[in-house]
Design a protein around this ligand. Structure first.
Ligand code: APR
Ligand code: PHB
Length: 386
């Protein structure tokens, strides 16, 4: 088998890259370790920057998002029971975010995909990425398979094989693991608020989010060693009510969880994002704590740079984009890493000494009292330019 671009990973990164390449007439094949249903069963964040929303529309897969997504012009930060609105549109000259689940984005991309996709592949290995003729091997249906290609896009997430293919003496990895996680619940209940509420509280952080007028998403900060079995729905709802403003707690409509899980928080970056003809994109190259809702949006900017570069290679015979890909992508990745780290340190209950606690409180008070500080938050939240 032969294709121009072999894409490892059929999550948002791989699917969005594949869609853009197919639209540009560039052949590509996606190799995905899991079944389509398994991939679509993942519950992830749901805040899309304008850049990603525009990419989906340009790729011809923005229809459902525009019909069912919700444009949000702001969100609240709750401190000591008081809600403070961050006026995204007012502070950024009209920029907004689109609230539309990553699961739905992934489904829309799968539904649009026409190029070959192999699911439930095993033993994927990348060969010759540092040469002129890479190829990928895997086991599919019990048979050994081989795909010859011009380029390999490593879109296989944090636990994938692509990053591990880069030689250890070339790869540099930067990491911060946080000593807490997010316990998340999805419930078929009307959202407690039309806009998101990021609540800071001495018991811990909480977030009120949504997927639709009848589907809500909530999180509470929890210890990393929490046992999900010790968190029946009632305990979750009681803890959430303790952490959000009283009027929101009183208005909260609770119901059975349709999904409940604990996610660890991590900041991670791998450099470089290119090795020869292997290009890393999305979670394969970087992870952010979900506080700033940047994970999916960083995958989008990587795909924006990489797809532009590949199209220029095939259409114009120029490789400047490919040569500059890693530096260009990392420049935006690190700004989003900084923002996600800052928002996480600002809003979570941290094990700080007295000085540290005073600094955290001063940071929050300064933010909510300064238009300049809120503008900086707003321009990062809606997304820095590609
Ligand atoms: N071979 C083939 N596929 C693999 C392999 C492998 N060795 N390892 C992992 N995969 C698949 C996974 O099953 C997954 O479907 O690669 C895909 C990677 O998808 P994601 O982990 O969702 O990463 P990405 O597409 O970059 O999307 C980033 O997803 O995890 C969230 O918060 C993250 O919002 C961000 C977004
Ligand atoms: C979500 O809706 O899952 C969500 C929203 C905003 C975040 C994180 C998660 O910052």
């Amino acid at each position: 088998m032969r294709t121009q671009v072999a894409i490892i990973g059929g999550g948002p990164s791989g699917l969005l890259l594949g869609q853009i390449l197919t639209n540009a007439g560039i052949s590509n094949v996606i190799l995905e370790a899991r079944s389509r249903d398994y991939v679509l069963g993942r519950i992830r964040a749901g805040v899309l920057e304008q850049g990603l929303a525009d990419m989906l529309r340009a790729a011809g897969v923005g229809g459902n998002m525009d019909r069912h997504g919700q444009v949000h012009e702001g969100f609240d930060i709750a401190v000591a029971g008081a809600r403070h609105r961050i006026d995204l549109a007012g502070l950024t000259g009209g920029k907004t975010v689109m609230v539309y689940g990553q699961t739905e984005v992934t489904r829309d991309l799968y539904d649009a995909r026409e190029a070959p996709t192999f699911h439930e592949v095993a033993d994927v290995a990348i060969h010759g990425a540092d040469g002129e003729s890479p190829h990928v091997t895997w086991t599919g249906g019990g048979e050994a398979q081989r795909l010859d290609c011009d380029f390999v896009a490593g879109c296989d997430g944090f636990h994938g094989v692509s990053r591990k293919t880069v030689p250890a003496d070339i790869l540099r990895q930067f990491e911060r693991v946080y000593p807490f996680g997010w316990l998340g619940v999805l419930s078929r209940t009307p959202p407690v608020s039309a806009e998101l509420i990021y609540a800071t509280h001495q018991r811990g952080f909480a977030l009120c989010s949504l997927r639709s007028p009848v589907l809500s998403r909530y999180y509470v900060q929890c210890a990393l060693d929490e046992d999900l079995a010790e968190w029946p729905d009632d305990r979750f709802w009681d803890e959430l009510k303790r952490r959000i403003p009283a009027e929101a707690a009183a208005a909260l409509v609770t119901g059975p969880s349709v999904e409940k899980s604990i996610a660890p928080l991590r900041s991670f970056v791998a450099e470089p994002m290119r090795w020869g003809r292997l290009f890393l994109a999305g979670d394969a190259a970087h992870i952010v704590p979900p506080t700033g809702a940047k994970g999916l949006n960083l995958a989008a900017s990587d795909v924006h740079y990489l797809s532009d570069a590949l199209i220029a290679h095939y259409r114009d015979g120029t490789d400047k984009g490919l040569e500059e890909y890693s530096a260009r992508a990392l420049a935006r990745v690190w700004k989003a890493e900084r923002f996600s780290w800052w928002m996480t340190m600002l809003l979570h209950r941290l094990d700080l000494d007295d000085f540290g606690q005073r600094i955290q409180r001063a940071e929050l008070e300064y933010l909510l009292s300064s238009k300049a500080a809120m503008t900086a938050l707003a321009e990062n939240y809606v997304g820095l330019p590609f």
